[in-house]
Design a protein around this ligand. Structure first.
Ligand code: ATP
Ligand code: MG
Length: 199
């Protein structure tokens, strides 16, 4: 880079730094964050678990409820349980396989009881409710009840909800919403889901 370009680059970086510093200085509220990870692309559950790992890595306490039990064992569970993370998996298969509304509703309600308890426990720093959005879409759980429990959680507790087509009641009270957009997915080219990568 010639001298002139280098100086211009430095000036731009300095301006950017000032903007970022000002933004950082203006963020002063200390409170738990409610994050929704939604959309049709790959990466919602892995981002949720990545944050749980981050939490545990700082010596904090995380708890997980998974609302859809896949056909496959969940790799993250094997690690997180060893690290003392409380982990509940809804005791039923994929809804479109079971075709059992009554059984699914009961299973969802049981998983919700665990979630509700976690959302009232100030010793838990992070509650991950993986794939809970489907329980609201199928009306296995009441959206307003879930939203209320999240809204009334201990003030410092972080909560993550993952799943496609998130209900408006949750989006309305979320602090951060990320929509994962699929630009490509291997499955569409006939590549099967891989252990250690997809689950
Ligand atoms: P991941 O668990 O990999 O973070 P996710 O939570 O974003 O994915 P889900 O909708 O929960 O996505 O789907 C879980 C499984 O479906 C994963 O095995 C993932 O690879 C696969 N999957 C995710 N998005 C797509 C897609 N657009 N097309 C096909 N399969 C997908
Ligand atoms: Mg997922």
């Amino acid at each position: 880079m010639d001298q002139n370009k280098q100086e211009k680059h430095q000036a731009r970086q300095q301006k950017l730094k000032e903007t970022v510093d000002a933004k950082v200085a203006s963020a002063t509220t200390e409170q738990g964050i409610f994050l929704v990870l939604t959309g049709n692309g790959k990466g919602k559950t892995t981002a949720g678990f990545g944050t749980a790992l981050r939490c545990v890595g700082h010596g904090q306490k995380a708890a997980v409820v998974q609302y859809i039990k896949g056909q496959w064992p969940c790799g993250e569970r094997n690690v997180l349980e060893k690290l003392g993370v409380e982990f509940h998996v809804m005791a039923t298969g994929f809804t479109w396989n079971t075709q059992d509304k009554e059984g699914d509703t009961q299973a969802a309600q049981l998983a919700w009881q665990h979630s509700k308890r976690m959302l009232q426990d100030p010793s838990i720093d992070l509650v991950l409710l993986d794939e809970i959005t489907y329980m609201l879409s199928y009306h296995y759980l009441d959206a307003q009840e879930v939203a209320n429990a999240i809204a009334n959680r201990p003030p410092m507790q972080n909560v993550i909800v993952t799943g496609r087509a998130c209900h408006r009641a949750l989006l309305d009270i979320a602090d951060t919403i990320s929509e994962v957009k699929p630009l490509k997915h291997a499955f569409d080219n006939g590549i099967v889901a891989r252990i250690g990568f997809d689950y």
